[in-house]
Ligand binder design. Structure first.
Ligand SMILES: Cc1cc2nc3c(=O)[nH]c(=O)nc-3n(C[C@H](O)[C@H](O)[C@H](O)COP(=O)(O)OP(=O)(O)OC[C@H]3O[C@@H](n4cnc5c(N)ncnc54)[C@H](O)[C@@H]3O)c2cc1C
Length: 381
């Protein structure tokens, strides 16, 4: 499908991002997968190129450009099969919390470092006992003079090992009714006594990405690190979910397009029973189905990108796109792997990694079931 979203300047930017990824990420990614983490210098290199938080106003170190630039970065990361260097998470998911809800002092303190890559960010909501049910988190922040004292544990935190600044969801009021009105967001800096990074968790995919446990034990953080108002954390998180879910959809859509392209190539090249695999009716049907879904997804995601940039409330639609594109990606990976036969099961083939990396996408940033719950509620059901 010809996309009408982008102008010449976007294409130039896309080209620069692609070249950067080809040079700085692609040749090293396999090693990072073995390491379970990518090097922190990568953030600084991306920052120097203006690829981190390009939407931030210039006064905070950004370029003041629109979300199309973030779209390009997120898509190119997928096309480069970069699953470790979390530019999208940092730039388009975490930093917006500081930008939107931080005061001027906080913005001046953290945003320039986030744009330059000197500061790597993470957001810590999930706990061992609370994922989808965010309002039931147990990590507490109790006021003590000019500080909060944080106690609790987080898990599955992307950039958990690398992060320098972590936006942590805490309970500042454990008795709040309803419970979500007791949630607040506090920025905790790495190195703060009582803030310990735990295990880099072993995952079935996304091997170059550090996903960690975080522990807070009598961790004293200045009150000045509270983002916005006490008790508003849950609302703030909800306000930013539209973009987070759109970013997931953009990545899933790009992933499905790539899987289709690769499957087309492979099935044209693989010969069996005297003819290319692509000439079997089953193959044509599978690829035709995949191509149809990819077209549908592209039209929907691009529409949402435009509406998001226009400032429209498309939270329900981004929930729809999040569950549908990530489930589509999962289906596409499964079908494409089947078309690869035994080779699809071998890690040296891209589809094997794609299959493993896709699996988490219907889980993080809100599961498929949670998306459907939200949509159902918005439908008045
Ligand atoms: C690789 C990875 C990276 C992550 N990165 C981060 C991060 O950076 N920061 C962060 O805070 N979290 C992160 N997470 C956590 C992620 O957001 C949670 O795993 C997710 O929200 C689901 O929570 P849970 O794992 O506790 O599952 P649960 O909430 O226990 O869900 C279990 C099952 O119940 C289903 N379910 C839940 N609610 C309902 C309902 N109302 N109706 C029907 N079924 C329901 C779910 O869909 C799921 O199938 C990450 C997770 C992974 C795997």
């Amino acid at each position: 499908m010809d996309r009408t979203l982008f102008q010449e300047e976007h294409n130039i930017f896309r080209d620069a991002v692609r070249k950067f990824l080809e040079k700085e990420v692609v040749p090293f990614h396999e090693q990072w997968e073995k390491d379970g983490i990518c090097p922190r210098e990568l953030y600084q290199k991306a920052g120097e190129m203006g690829f981190l938080c390009p939407w931030l106003p210039e006064e905070y170190g950004g370029s003041g450009v629109d979300f199309l630039y973030s779209t390009i970065i997120n898509e190119e990361c997928v096309y480069a099969r970069n699953s470790g260097f979390m530019m999208g998470l940092h730039s388009d998911v975490v930093v917006p919390y500081i930008f939107s809800f931080g005061n001027e002092e906080q913005k001046k303190k953290w945003l320039p470092g986030c744009a330059s890559g000197e500061l790597i960010s993470a957001v810590a909501m999930t706990e061992p006992g609370a994922g989808s049910d965010l309002a039931s988190i147990k990590t507490t922040a109790v006021k003590d003079g000019d500080d909060y004292i944080i106690n609790g544990q987080k898990t599955f935190i992307s950039n958990g090992i690398l992060c320098d600044v972590c936006v942590v969801a805490v309970k500042t009021d454990t008795k709040a009714d309803p419970p979500h009105t007791g949630v607040s967001l506090i920025v905790v800096e790495a190195g703060t006594p009582g803030f310990e990074k735990g295990r880099n968790l072993e995952k079935i995919g996304m091997h170059a990405q550090d996903t960690a446990e975080l522990f807070f034990e009598d961790c004293r953080v200045p009150k000045a690190n509270l983002l916005g108002d006490e008790g508003m954390g849950f609302i703030y998180l909800m306000q930013k979910l539209q973009q987070e879910r759109l970013v997931c959809s953009i990545a899933a859509q790009a992933g499905a397009e790539q899987v289709l392209k690769d499957a087309m190539k492979y099935t044209k090249e693989r010969v069996l029973f005297g003819k290319p695999l692509s000439k079997f009716q089953n193959t044509r049907f599978k690829l035709a189905e995949m191509a149809t879904e990819v077209e549908i997804g592209r039209a929907f995601v691009d529409r949402l990108i435009v509406e998001h940039i226009a400032g429209k409330n498309v939270l329900t639609e981004t929930c729809m796109a999040k569950w549908w594109t990530t489930e589509m990606l999962k289906r596409a990976c499964d079908e494409a792997l089947q078309l690869h036969g035994g080779y699809g099961y071998m890690m040296e083939y891209n589809i094997a990694k794609d299959f493993l990396n896709a699996r988490v996408q219907t889980i993080y940033a809100g599961t498929t079931e949670v998306m459907k719950e939200i949509i159902g509620r918005q439908m008045g059901l």
